[in-house]
Design a binder for this molecule. Structure first.
Ligand code: PLP
Length: 389
């Protein structure tokens, strides 16, 4: 390859990333997703996935996907609005709507695309978006798109309901849209949804909730964060859930009123201009939804393992989180990486998360607990952290 100035510029930036200790690399798994992972011939206990119910490697779901591919073929052939909306897609939407308690749902190929469809479609010139500062990157990008469409965007300090109220009270926007994660992906804490919902009612705002980490896990039957807080399926709420985390497959949905969902279907660019997911994925998800609905035992085991980890590491650097996301704060970037490496050498895979994913000085291990973990798995992690950290 010839060395061009164009390439040299990129190489320079990559070198800067490396010098800052922020280079990222992929590990190649030589095993299906699950509690154990095989990497370079070494088997490790996996605390690094979002597979909270252990369904990514579930045989029944894989069989439903295989049967779906046999019956419906490998691809959808087109976007949903052209000719790519098949019976399994339509059934899945109905099942998700019924499960979440909303009149209607729309499925997307990924959660990233689902988020890109919602906020910029609801908010443009004359409107305002109010977003939590720790929202997921996909919500931030969605907010930037709304801004490019002319919307006023404001970010409030993490979970600061008083600050949100001041912004709402001062706003003269035609349409107000509050956007928040339900469970924050790097801290594991919950948004105060009842308080935020009350503000949405009082200031007549839309409330967009990203339940990527609550769906399947929280609520009496895994319906998610709204059910956890006993909040209604209000017409002002748009609930986004991802289907590649607890649901173990891939994709996402947005649930809401029939009118709001029809609006997204007609106007959401990241819904309209992309090929529908393979129908077999929808078949797999219908099976996954059934397992989630009947998954009380899975959720009970997950909660028991979370409790065990928190008891075992009481008084140490865990952030106060009641969810499957258990962040262990280290602070320094290099120290976080070194700790992750030491755990890896003991056969424990826990990722170090550094800035810019998390604020400077808060590098951490993001321990992800799964219903597939055993009590012994959690004990191994507790012991190792007590010795190494
Ligand atoms: C993972 C995640 C997404 C993106 O979902 P994908 O299906 O992985 O694209 C969106 N929001 C949050 C909070 C997430 O954690």
């Amino acid at each position: 390859m010839t060395d061009s100035t164009l390439t040299a510029q990129l190489a320079g930036e990559l070198a800067d990333i490396a010098t800052a200790g922020l280079s990222r690399r992929r590990r190649v798994l030589d095993s299906p997703a699950g509690r154990l992972a095989t990497v370079d011939g070494k088997q490790v206990l996996n605390f690094a996935s979002n597979d909270y119910l252990g369904l990514a490697g579930n045989g029944e779901i894989a069989a439903a996907m295989a049967a779906g591919a046999t019956q419906w073929g490998a691809g959808s052939g087109a976007s949903h609005l052209v000719s790519g909306h098949l019976t399994p897609h339509d059934q899945l939407e109905n099942e998700i709507a019924a499960f979440t308690g909303f009149p209607r749902a729309l499925t997307f190929s990924t959660g990233y695309l689902a988020n890109l469809a919602v906020t910029p479609t609801l908010a443009s010139r004359g409107d305002a978006v109010f977003a939590d500062k720790l929202n997921h990157a996909s919500l931030i990008d969605a907010m930037q798109l709304a801004k490019a469409n002319g919307a006023d965007v404001q970010r409030y300090p993490h979970n600061d309901v008083a600050a949100l109220e001041r912004l709402l009270a001062a706003s003269t926007a035609a349409r107000k849209v509050i956007v928040t994660d339900a469970v924050f992906s790097m801290d594991g804490d919950l948004a105060p949804l009842p308080l935020i919902y009350a503000l949405a009612e009082h200031y007549d705002a839309w409330l967009v909730i990203d339940d990527a980490h609550g769906f399947g896990v929280l609520g009496p039957h895994g319906e998610g964060s709204l059910a956890h807080f006993n909040l209604p399926a209000s017409e002002r709420i748009l609930l986004m859930g991802t289907l590649g985390k607890a649901a173990g497959v891939g994709g996402a949905f947005v649930a809401g009123s029939a009118t709001a969902i029809e609006y997204l279907l007609q106007k959401g660019r990241s819904y309209i201009f992309t090929t529908a997911a393979p129908p077999a994925v929808a078949c797999a998800l219908s099976k996954s939804l059934q397992i989630i609905r009947d998954g009380d035992a899975l959720r009970a085991n997950l909660m028991a393992r979370i409790g065990q980890l928190r008891d075992g590491l009481a008084g140490r650097a865990l952030l106060p989180s009641a969810t499957a996301i258990q962040p262990y704060i280290v602070g320094d970037n290099e120290a976080a990486v070194a700790l992750a490496k030491a755990l890896w050498e003991r056969g424990l895979w826990v990722p170090a998360i550094r800035p810019p994913t998390v604020p400077k000085g808060t590098a951490r291990l993001r321990i992800s607990v799964s219903a597939a973990h055993t009590a012994d798995d959690i004990d191994q992690l507790i012991t190792a952290l007590k010795e190494l950290a």
